[in-house]
Design a protein. Sequence first.
Length: 352
Amino acid sequence: MDITRAYDETFMAYANLLAEKGWGRTGINPLVGAVIVKNGKIIGQGFHRKLGESHAEVVALTQAGSAAKSATLYVNLEPCSCFGLTPPCVNAIIRAGIARVVIGAIDPNPRVNGQGIKYLSEAGIDVVKDILKDWTDNLNRWYYKFIKEDLPYVILKIAVSEDMRLSGYPQKYITSMPARRYVHSLRSQIGAVMIGINTLLIDNPYLTDRLVNRFNPARIVIDPHLKIPEDAHFLIPDARRIVITSKNSPREKVKKLSDQGVEFIFLDGYDYPLPEILKSLARLKIGAVMVEGGAKLFNQFIDTGFYDELYLFVAPKIIDRGIELKLDQKLLSGVAPEKIGGDKLYHVYRNN
C-alpha cells in the first residue's frame, strides 16, 4: 500500500483530536493522542487521560492487542523513553511489534528529546516525524513552557468596557451570557485559575466549569493577610484549592483550612512579585494557570509582561469610572475580534 503524506496527516489529525480530550486533566504532562492503523483501519486508539495514568500509546496498544504486530502507530508527541510515573512507552511499542511510528512533534523534555525516536529506530522501526507539527506544538504550548522554563503558562482572561474599565460597573457581570459560557469552557481546558483576594471578597466566585461539569480546575487565591471567609465558594472541596499568603498568617486559621485539604504557599511579607508566585506554583506542579481577576492583579501581569496569552472581552458599555486596564493598544493591532454574544473577544498570543 502506497502511503502518502495526506494519508499520514488524516490519522495524525485524529490523534490530535483524541489528545484534546485530556484538556485540564494531565497536569504537567503533555496532551497526547495515539492511533494504531493496520490495512487502513483503526484497530486501537487512546489518549492520556490524567497525570499518573497510562500514556496514550499504551492505551491504544492495549486496545489493539496482538493485532498491533506490523501495524502503524500515529502519536502526536514523541513516545517517552524514560521512567516517570509510568514505564517508557518505547518499550511497549517495540514489544508489540509495531512496524512504523508516525510522530507529530519531538518532545522538548531533555529526558526524551529525540531519545524515543533513537530507540525505535535502533529496534528496526520505521519512524516518520513532524506530521502536523504546528498543531501538536500549539496543543502543547503550556507543556513546552513548563518543561523549558519550569514556570506555568499564564493566560489572562479580562473583561472590560469599551472605555477599558475593569471595575466600576454596578452589576456583577459586564459581559453577556455567551461570553460567560465561553469562559466556563476555557476553565475546563486548563489546570488552574487564579484570582486576588479582593475579587474573592467582592464576587465570591465559584471558578468552576458549570456548563456540563466536565472538569473543575484548581483554584488559587493571592491572599496576603488571609482574609478568606470560611464559607467562601472558593473553599468548596470539588477541586484542588491553593492559598498564597504570608508566613505570618494566623496559625489557627491556617490549620483549620489545611485540615479541610486546602494547600498553602507561604511567602515573606505581604507584597509578592509575580516571578516568586509563578515559581511557587510550578513547585506544586501547576503547569498552566488562567488569571481571572482582579484589576490590580491584571495590571501587574500586563505591566511586567509575565503572561503568555490574553483573552480580552470588550462589552458594549461605557463606565467612565473605576480602574482602567493599562493595555498597550499595539497589542491588539491586526487582531480581528470574534463576536461572542454582544461582546468582542480579542485572543492574543503575547510572543507572536
